[in-house]
Design a protein around this ligand. Structure first.
Ligand code: MG
Ligand code: ZN
Length: 472
């Protein structure tokens, strides 16, 4: 099958202006000269003064140089989240004027302006017809040399790629196609392996294979290696849940909103997208990334409630509910990751409905067996407005996932549902410092529509990328 043209959506940054109408976002303060905050001329200052009676947060000025300025009044101590939101709204204003590019200058929080412009101008328009003359999407132009701005653009483009994978319907994004997109997307500085069924069998990954039993599509394990140093020590293993469609299996989900389950691979997509950033920026770290991929469907061959599978780690699991499949495929991926001896592991998954009951669409849930890993992740999340909330992962909940026929049961019932899921995973991570990010609440239906629209959000690509690019 031909791949969709993701580059048109996700590679829109230029280093110089092209033909066509240009727009620009200008932050200004009531008490300051506009020229302090942008490269705008004094005519922009007077045009804004003339609009002082207009009671709008964003005032649009079409200047004589044919440039459209979306001017945002800000206060000195506005939070970075507020700046991101208003920059997103300003981008949407500029799109109303049909600008063909948004120019970022170096004056005032250019990294926030650039990132917000890239994110808020994303549109998933690949499947509309007719397709004969696809129009150019708005470009983001940055001609400066600030590496922070360049990285912000790169990360936002990767986040859009993650959204693209989430928005793409499951018939066009099978486990095999996910691997094809990975190979198309990743820079050549990375090593990519598409592990097939034979490999999964050889390794004894029966938890992953058991989930795929009901599907006609071949399961895969996407394995990505990045070497930023000469030694063989692995600093971090990143693992992302890659269920390309989750019907719940024999424990079938209700139909309402089931289509959203095309996004049940967003943990895996966030890992893949982040590795794209890593391959470009090249931090001095060694990183392994794993994405176990399969559909979860009912059929005569599907795993049944009560079935027991023994995974690669030798732990036997009673599959009490086939809709709790994410922890099964992640269990095998965690066991496999330990063979590389990583210093730490981070897994990302649209794991539980329970986490959205706890935290809604604002915070992703963070679970960990290691206090310093947890603290670092929370700090980075706060800094880039991709926030995490610390949740307990205490053994005191362990009785809920005890099975009478196996080592573990894959559900603990409704109480503490996101915690028992995390606790299940922790058994596979063993003593390695490990963190688990449950993104089921924040994957879509964003609390920041100015930035993330109403489709998939692509969180936590910003958090993961900035965490991996940090010096440690
Ligand atoms: Mg499920
Ligand atoms: Zn799922």
């Amino acid at each position: 099958m031909e791949l969709l043209d993701w580059r048109r959506l996700c590679r829109r940054s230029l280093d110089k202006e092209r033909e066509g109408l240009s727009g620009q976002i200008v932050f200004y303060r009531q008490d300051a000269e506009v020229s302090l905050l942008s490269n705008g001329s004094s005519s922009l200052t007077s045009a804004l003064a003339a609009l002082s009676h207009v009671q709008k947060e964003i005032k649009v000025v079409v200047a004589e140089n044919d440039r459209v300025y979306a001017c945002v009044l800000i206060k000195e101590n506005d939070s970075s989240l507020h700046l991101r939101k208003v920059a997103g709204s300003a981008t949407r204003e500029l799109l109303e004027y049909k600008v063909s590019q948004i120019v970022v200058d170096d004056k005032y929080h250019p990294e926030i302006v650039a990132e917000s412009a890239v994110l808020s101008s994303y549109t998933y328009d690949l499947l509309y017809r007719p397709k004969d003359t696809p129009k150019d999407l708005v470009a983001i132009v940055y001609a400066g040399n600030n590496p922070e701005v360049k990285n912000a653009i790169l990360v936002a483009e990767a986040q859009n790629f993650c959204r693209f994978l989430g928005d793409t319907p499951a018939n066009l994004l099978t486990p095999s196609l996910f691997c094809s997109y990975a190979k198309d997307f990743l820079p050549s500085s990375l090593e990519v392996e598409e592990r097939d069924r034979a490999f999964l069998k050889e390794k004894g990954m029966n938890l992953l294979l058991g989930v795929s039993n009901g599907s006609e599509e071949e399961p895969k394990l996407l394995e990505i290696h990045y070497r930023g140093r000469d030694d063989n020590e692995i600093d971090i293993a990143l693992i992302g849940k890659g269920i390309t469609f989750d019907s719940g299996g024999i424990s079938l989900k209700p139909s309402e909103k089931m289509s959203l389950m095309k996004g049940d691979m967003l943990g895996g997509a966030s890992v893949l997208s982040t590795m794209g950033v890593v391959g470009e920026v090249k931090p001095k770290k060694n990183i392994v990334a794993l994405v176990p991929l399969t559909e979860n469907l009912p059929s005569g061959k599907a795993t049944k409630p009560g079935d027991v599978h023994i995974g690669m780690g030798g732990i036997s699991v009673e599959v009490d509910n086939t809709d709790a499949e994410g922890r099964l495929i992640l269990g095998d991926a965690l066991s496999y990751s330990l063979t590389f001896g990583p210093k730490s592991i981070i897994d990302i998954a649209t794991l539980t409905g329970a986490i959205s009951i706890s935290l809604g669409t604002v915070y992703a849930g963070l679970f960990s067996n290691n206090a310093s890993l947890k603290d670092q992740l929370i700090k980075v999340g706060e800094a880039v407005d991709d926030p995490l909330w610390s949740m307990p992962c205490s053994e005191e909940y362990g009785h809920l996932i005890k099975s009478s026929v196996a080592d573990l049961k894959n559900t603990g019932g409704r109480p503490a549902g996101s915690i028992t899921a995390a606790l299940f995973l922790s058994r596979f991570a063993k003593d390695t410092p490990w963190a688990h990010i449950d993104i089921a609440g924040v994957m879509a239906g964003s609390s920041t529509p100015q930035l993330h629209g109403d489709g998939m959000t692509g969180r936590p690509v910003r958090l993961l990328s900035n965490y991996l690019l940090m010096d440690q």
